[in-house]
Design a binder for this molecule. Structure first.
Ligand code: G
Ligand code: G
Ligand code: MN
Length: 451
């Protein structure tokens, strides 16, 4: 079908794209794109030959266009500078990148737009194909709604330190568990413990909100112990049924300057007869630690007691190597920003591979968080990652949901494991080493109750 035929047979784009501006230094490309837009039913099509020209024209318009189609490589002002200028001028006009640049550059531009909170709807290859353009215009409403939702998250309820303090004291901080599974066998190895708070008036409050409040208001110590107490009590109940997953507790970097936390953690764990070896403390590397000396001492003392230590969100901090070399970590937990989608993005998979290689050389358990698809899972499996966590396996869930999840997860083991048999690099270690505790639980998940 010719371009003209296609355009004739294609339904008009969503009503909302009345006007747009094509910004491209190549007159041929610009006119090609502009005429396609007109043919697809866009009423007003402006044309600009570089970023500066676009800004000059925008300054004269009473109403900005609904969409900017932006080429990247242009003289005078390129597409990247145009994007940063739009942001500083407060012009949040939806953008569609139209470029022949390689995916690495397009990905960087997408990241830039996201960082600047500009509504980038996607990118099109040059020369613009009518079908791709029609699709992008038809998706305009939904793509824009998605960007806007990301930029304007739900308004946050006005919770106070007194609310949170009251909730901790009243035992209203609940915990959810997200499974961490062995990437060779698919079997559950542990659970990350995640704090949850349902406020009687405001409903569910996100941990990103109340953890930050707890850190700012000196409540993080009490909150962490409340979470640990809940989780170790649950672990004791699970153990009674033969299920002994390791538990990963998040330890805020703010606590690393409180020496007392070591004995508090040890006491709470011992209270439910849970061995320190069954616990991993996840410390995020993204936050700076105020007194490094004190932090090293505290983490070393925890390690001496037998607790595992995980460097959480690895790759997002500033001094990964330095921290790893100085602190007695047992586990490296690779941040989800390097995990999800790595199979399609070469830059991410390179970072991922080198993190896994380093973990292996330092004899650290490697954990990948944020595995959302089977493609993510397979890539990590191929590169020998030991433990995986993410929505593909399970979302965080209350303890009551665990028996059902275990039962349903059992049916997925062949799928998860099969790819290991064909693709993992060390076939000798692949004998399906079914851990007897997990096998017992999978065989009889109904006996698991929550406390
Ligand atoms: O599921 P998720 O939205 O639960 O968690 C959001 C963030 O809150 C994560 O970075 C997680 O590490 C953090 N978080 C959840 N529970 C706790 C906790 O008990 N202590 C600390 N310090 N952070 C937590
Ligand atoms: O920062 P921390 O590593 O503790 O992160 C835990 C957070 O990650 C929790 O908010 C949890 O809900 C979230 N999480 C877990 N698995 C996935 C996943 O597959 N995708 C995404 N986007 N988030 C996840
Ligand atoms: Mn964590």
């Amino acid at each position: 079908m010719s371009d003209a035929d296609f355009v004739r047979e294609t339904p008009a784009p969503a009503r909302h794209v009345h006007s747009l501006m094509v910004i491209d230094d190549s007159a041929v490309q610009r006119q090609h794109t502009a005429s396609l837009c007109r043919a697809l039913g866009v009423d007003v099509v402006y044309e600009a030959c570089h970023g500066r020209d676009a800004l000059d024209q925008l300054a004269l318009l009473c109403l900005p266009p609904d969409l900017l189609l932006v080429d990247l490589h242009m003289p005078v002002m390129d597409g990247v500078e145009l994007i940063t200028q739009l942001q500083s001028l407060g012009l949040a006009i939806p953008l569609l990148i139209v470029s022949s640049q390689q995916t690495g550059i397009l990905t960087a531009v997408e990241d830039l737009a996201r960082t600047l909170q500009l509504p980038l709807l996607g990118s099109l290859a040059k020369p613009v194909h009518p079908q791709a353009l029609a699709h992008a215009l038809q998706q305009y409403d939904s793509a824009l709604a998605h960007c806007v939702a990301q930029r304007h998250p739900q308004p946050r309820p006005p919770i106070t330190a007194a609310d949170l303090c009251g909730a901790i004291d009243a035992g209203q901080i609940d915990v959810h568990y997200q499974p961490k599974v062995d990437m060779r066998t698919g079997l559950p190895r542990g659970m990350e413990v995640l704090a949850r708070w349902t406020h009687p008036e405001y409903g569910r409050i996100g941990p990103d909100q109340f953890i930050a409040l707890a850190e700012a208001e000196n409540l993080i110590h009490d909150l962490t112990l409340a979470v640990l107490d809940r989780a170790t009590q649950q672990a004791a109940a699970w153990r009674a049924h033969g299920f002994t997953p390791s538990l990963a507790i998040n330890l805020s970097p703010c606590l690393l300057n409180t020496p007392q936390v070591v004995s508090d953690i040890a006491r709470t764990t011992a209270k439910h007869q849970i061995a320190p070896q069954q616990l991993v403390l996840e410390v995020t590397e993204s936050a700076g630690v105020a007194h490094l000396g004190q932090a090293i001492a505290l983490l070393t003392r925890l390690r001496l007691q037998g607790f595992g230590l995980s460097l959480d969100d690895y790759g997002t901090g500033f001094s990964s190597m330095q921290q790893l070399a100085r602190l007695p970590f047992t586990e490296l937990k690779i941040d989800r920003s390097f995990v999800h989608g790595a199979h399609a993005r070469r830059n991410l998979s390179v970072i991922l591979e080198s993190a896994l290689d380093m973990a292996h050389r330092m004899s650290l358990t490697s954990v990948a968080e944020g595995i959302e698809t089977l493609e993510d899972w397979r890539l990590l499996q191929r590169h020998g990652c030991s433990v995986g966590q993410g929505y593909l396996i399970a979302k965080p869930m209350p303890a009551e949901a665990m028996p059902d999840w275990l039962r349903q997860h059992r049916t997925r083991l062949p799928q998860l494991r099969a790819s290991a048999v064909t693709q993992a690099p060390h076939p000798r270690s692949l004998a399906p080493a079914l851990d007897s505790s997990a096998r017992a639980v999978i065989a009889a998940p109904m006996c698991l109750t929550s406390t």
